[in-house]
Design a protein around this ligand. Structure first.
Ligand SMILES: Cc1ncc(COP(=O)(O)O)c(C=O)c1O
Length: 398
C-alpha cells in the first residue's frame, strides 16, 4: 500500500528496532541453524511457579472479566506498599494505575503530560520507545548524549543544559537500557530542585529498578518525591524483575490528576490489563522475593563473566553496567570506510556469518556500539562471545 495514505504522524514513527534481531533469529532457528541469541530484551528465566499458580487460581475462580480500568484494588495497594517499603514514598491506591506493561505506563505519561510546543528532555544511548512516545504525543524530544568515558551516566548538569523556555519535562531511565547506567541520587536531587522551581514534570522509567548490582543506593523516587511529588510520575513493571514479559503488566504511579488522566486514556484504549495477569502480578509483588534475588545474583555472575571474556579482545571496550542485563561495547575500532561502515553492518554480518544475534547501537541512537544481552545461560554467552571475538578479529581493519 502507498504509505502516503497513512496518518501524518506515521511519517515520523518507525517500529521498535530492538525486536528485529529476535525475528531474524527465529527464522534461522526454524531452519535448524545453531543461533546464539544475545539480542533478547527479556529474562531467560521462567516466570516463578507461585506466580503462574496464582494465574491458574484466578482462572479457576472465574476472575476472567473486565476489571476497573485502573486495575484491581489489591494490586494497586500492593504496588503502593512496595514503593513504601522500597523507597519510603507514600502513594494512595488511587494514585496507581495498572497498565499493560511499563511501556503503556510511559505512553500514558507522554500523552497525559506532553503535547505540541513542549520540549521533553531524555538521554541517549537510550531505549527508543521513550523518544517515539514523546513524538507520538506531538511534543519534541530533546536528547542529551551520555558517554562511555563517564559510564553513560546521565548527569544533571548535562540534562539541565538542554532545557529551554519550552521545556515541559524530563524522562529518565534508570537503570538504563542499553547501558545499565544509573542516575545518581545526588544528581536526582539537583534535577528535582530545578524541576520543582521551573514547573517541569519528571517521569522515571524504573522498569529495571529491582536489577541493580552491588547495592548502589538508588532511591530516586524517595529523593524526587520529597521535593516535587505533585509532578513526578514513576513507571514500573513486573516484566524484568519477575520474568513476566509476556504477561504484560506494569504501572504508573503519580499524583491524582495524572492518575485520572491515565485512567481516561486507558478507558478509551485498552480498558484494563488482563484480569488473570493482575492476579499473577499480585502474587509476584506480595509473595516471596527470593526469586528476584536469585535471578539478580545469576545476572551479576553473567555480567562479570561476559566482561571478563570481552577483555580477550581489548578493542571491544565495554563499560561495567550497574544494572539491567546488557553490556554495550564500543565496536568503533572494527568499523572503517572499506569494511563495515556502521555498527548496523557489523551486527548484520555477525548474524549472517556467525549466527549471533545482537542489537546494533543505531537502535539506541548510538552508532558505533552494540548491545549484548546476558539474559541467557553462561554456556551460550561463552559461545556467543567466542564467535563475536573470532568475527571481530577476522574483519578488523588492518
Ligand atoms: C527501558 C525500558 N523501559 C520500559 C520497558 C517496558 O517493558 P514492559 O512494557 O514489558 O514493562 C522496557 C522493555 O524493554 C525497557 O527496556
Amino acid at each position: 500500500m502507498d504509505s502516503s495514505r497513512l496518518a501524518e504522524r506515521m511519517r515520523h514513527i518507525g517500529a521498535s528496532p530492538t525486536m528485529k534481531g529476535t525475528t531474524a533469529a527465529e527464522k534461522l532457528r526454524r531452519e535448524g541453524v545453531d543461533v546464539v541469541d544475545l539480542g533478547a530484551g527479556e529474562p531467560d528465566f521462567p516466570t516463578p511457579p507461585h506466580v503462574c499458580a496464582a494465574a491458574h487460581a484466578a482462572i479457576d475462580a472465574g476472575q476472567t472479566k473486565y476489571t476497573s480500568n485502573v486495575g484491581i484494588l489489591e494490586l494497586r495497594q500492593a504496588v503502593a506498599a512496595r514503593y513504601l517499603l522500597d523507597y519510603g514514598v507514600t502513594y494512595a491506591p488511587d494514585e496507581v494505575v495498572i497498565c499493560a506493561g511499563g511501556k503503556q505506563a510511559l505512553f500514558h505519561a507522554a500523552l497525559g503530560l506532553f503535547g505540541p510546543g513542549d520540549e521533553v528532555i531524555t538521554h541517549i544511548p537510550g531505549w527508543p520507545t521513550i523518544v517515539e512516545q514523546i513524538k507520538l504525543a506531538g511534543a519534541t524530544p530533546v536528547v542529551v548524549t551520555t558517554h562511555a568515558e563517564t559510564g553513560f551516566v546521565p548527569r544533571a548538569h548535562g540534562l539541565l543544559a538542554a532545557t529551554t523556555a519550552r521545556t515541559r519535562g524530563l524522562v529518565i531511565n534508570s537503570p538504563g537500557n542499553p547501558t545499565g547506567a544509573l542516575l545518581s541520587e545526588a544528581d536526582a536531587r539537583i534535577l528535582a530542585k530545578e524541576a520543582a522551581a521551573n514547573g517541569w514534570w519528571i517521569v522515571m522509567d524504573l522498569c529495571y529498578e529491582r536489577l541493580t548490582y552491588n547495592n548502589v543506593p538508588h532511591n530516586l523516587p524517595g529523593i524526587v518525591a520529597e521535593v516535587m511529588r505533585d509532578r513526578l510520575v514513576l513507571a514500573g513493571s513486573t516484566s524484568k524483575a519477575y520474568a513476566m514479559t509476556g504477561w504484560r503488566l506494569g504501572w504508573a504511579v503519580g499524583p491524582k490528576p495524572f492518575a485520572q488522566a491515565a485512567n481516561a486514556l486507558q478507558s478509551h484504549s485498552t480498558s484494563n490489563a488482563s484480569s488473570i495477569t493482575q492476579h499473577a502480578a499480585l502474587a509476584a509483588l506480595t509473595g516471596p522475593q527470593q526469586c528476584v534475588t536469585d535471578m539478580l545474583n545469576e545476572y551479576q555472575q553473567r555480567r562479570d563473566q561476559v566482561l571478563e571474556w570481552l577483555k580477550e579482545e581489548p578493542r571491544l571496550r565495554a563499560v561495567v553496567p550497574q544494572g539491567a542485563f546488557y553490556v554495550f561495547p564500543d565496536i568503533s575500532d572494527f568499523l572503517s570506510p572499506d569494511g563495515f561502515r556502521t555498527s548496523l553492518d557489523f551486527c548484520d554480518a555477525l548474524l549472517a556469518e556467525e549466527c549471533v544475534v545482537t542489537t546494533p547501537g543505531e537502535a539506541f541512537d548510538a552508532p558505533g556500539f552494540m548491545r549484548l544481552s546476558y539474559a541467557t545461560s553462561l554456556e551460550r554467552l561463552r559461545e556467543g562471545v567466542t564467535r563475536l571475538i573470532r568475527f571481530a578479529r577476522k574483519h578488523a581493519p588492518k
